[in-house]
Design a protein around this ligand. Structure first.
Ligand SMILES: NC(=O)c1ccc[n+]([C@@H]2O[C@H](COP(=O)([O-])OP(=O)(O)OC[C@H]3O[C@@H](n4cnc5c(N)ncnc54)[C@H](O)[C@@H]3O)[C@@H](O)[C@H]2O)c1
Length: 343
């Protein structure tokens, strides 16, 4: 039987998941919910289901098997807890929360309820990346060098606020931090440094583009450029550089230096040189849907899912640890200090 899905937060990224669900024979959209009711109405008209502005009402009226949460980093907690109470499985977009306190609360709810919870770190499901993860598994890894450069920033009010979006490390470069953990294992400590290299106040006469990224925003209060040094539990070292300075292109990826092996990851695609020569793999189209289909498959079969909530909590801790290091004057932060016991 198809899995009955409710959607909470039907802004930008929800459209990708709704589009995937609408076409998938094993998924049925039963509800769309957004505090901006017009957005829920639009999503219901385009993709199906009944529109709501209150997620509790949607849970109680539609009794979905699972929900897909696409709310901003600060808007989590009750959405997950109320679902867990009702035994509703959860797919939640990254980052899982704005703070460790919020993430720990949800972790407890998910564990108490015994529900399946998947985090939307879709790069982990790209076939090229799974392939290089296997290739690296038995090798000594020296360096995991990651970057995330974006030519401007998403035009969302919450993105520029530290207490709503969490800053680029939390909201976006989390993809790279999570993938670094997927490739090289858990991180022990992190050192961070941030800067703001230009003014983001809109100059006189600035007109926002109708779509896409923006180069200016009133009330900008997050660092625009960040560097981290990571020490993995294995002893490998890592770096992350990220910036949203308007340059000319999106660019995110990795170099991984390991014994007899050099891997390059360019977004979802990978290439490598190892003892057997050179190779490369392309993820093809629709690769980003795999993280939702994997979740729905786990709900149907009761099997394991690829990105459990615990992984989201660990990756969030790494972003928050980076900013904590900055606050403390660029000293190393041990992640054990901020992670829940046992993680
Ligand atoms: N995996 C990816 O590649 C990817 C890409 C983009 C965004 N994201 C993540 O998805 C999340 C949402 O991002 P977005 O770009 O879609 O943001 P958005 O602002 O476009 O949409 C979020 C929606 O949530 C709604 N909302 C807020 N609180 C709510 C509540 N309590 N109940 C119901 N609806 C509520 C808002 O009204 C808004 O429409 C963010 O955490 C972001 O990091 C992930």
């Amino acid at each position: 039987m198809a899995v009955r899905l409710g959607f909470v937060g039907t802004g930008g990224i929800a459209n990708r998941h709704l589009g995937c669900a609408m076409k998938h024979p094993e998924m049925e959209i039963v509800g769309t919910c957004d505090i901006v009711k017009d957005l829920a109405d639009e999503a219901a008209a385009k993709y199906g289901g009944t529109a709501y502005s209150d997620f509790v009402e949607m849970y109680d009226k539609e009794s979905p098997d699972a929900i897909v949460i696409c709310t901003p980093p600060f808007a989590h907690g009750d959405i997950e807890a109320e679902a867990a109470k009702r035994g509703i499985h959860i797919f939640v977009e990254k980052p899982v929360a704005i703070s460790m306190e919020m993430a720990k609360g949800v972790l407890d709810s998910v564990r108490d309820a015994g529900i399946i919870c998947q985090v939307g770190y879709m790069f982990r499901l790209s076939e090229p990346i799974k392939h290089v993860q296997q290739m690296l598994a038995e090798r000594a890894i020296a360096m995991v060098q990651a970057h995330y450069y974006m030519p401007g920033m998403p035009n969302k009010g919450w993105w520029t606020k530290m207490d709503m979006g969490g800053g680029q490390l939390v909201e976006q470069a989390t993809h790279m931090l999570d993938l670094g953990r997927f490739l090289a294992g858990d991180v022990k400590s992190v050192i961070g440094k941030t800067t703001q290299v230009r003014s983001w106040e809109p100059p006189a006469g600035y007109e926002e583009p109708e779509a896409g990224l923006v180069g200016y925003k009133d009330g900008f209060e997050i660092p625009d450029t960040t560097a981290l040094i990571l020490e993995y539990e294995s002893g490998s070292l890592g770096t992350l550089s990220c910036s949203m300075i308007p340059q000319v292109a999106w660019d995110n990826g990795f170099k991984v230096v390991a014994e007899d092996c050099l891997v390059t990851i360019d977004s979802q695609n990978a290439s490598w040189t190892n003892e057997d020569g050179e190779g490369s793999m392309d993820a093809g189209s629709n690769w980003a849907d795999a993280v939702l289909t994997d979740f729905v498959n786990a709900v149907q079969t009761g099997g394991k899912n690829a990105v459990p909530y615990e992984e989201g909590v660990k990756s969030l801790a790494l972003s928050l640890g980076g900013y904590l290091s900055v606050e403390r004057g660029c000293v190393p932060v041990e992640l054990a200090e901020i992670l829940p016991d046992g993680l």
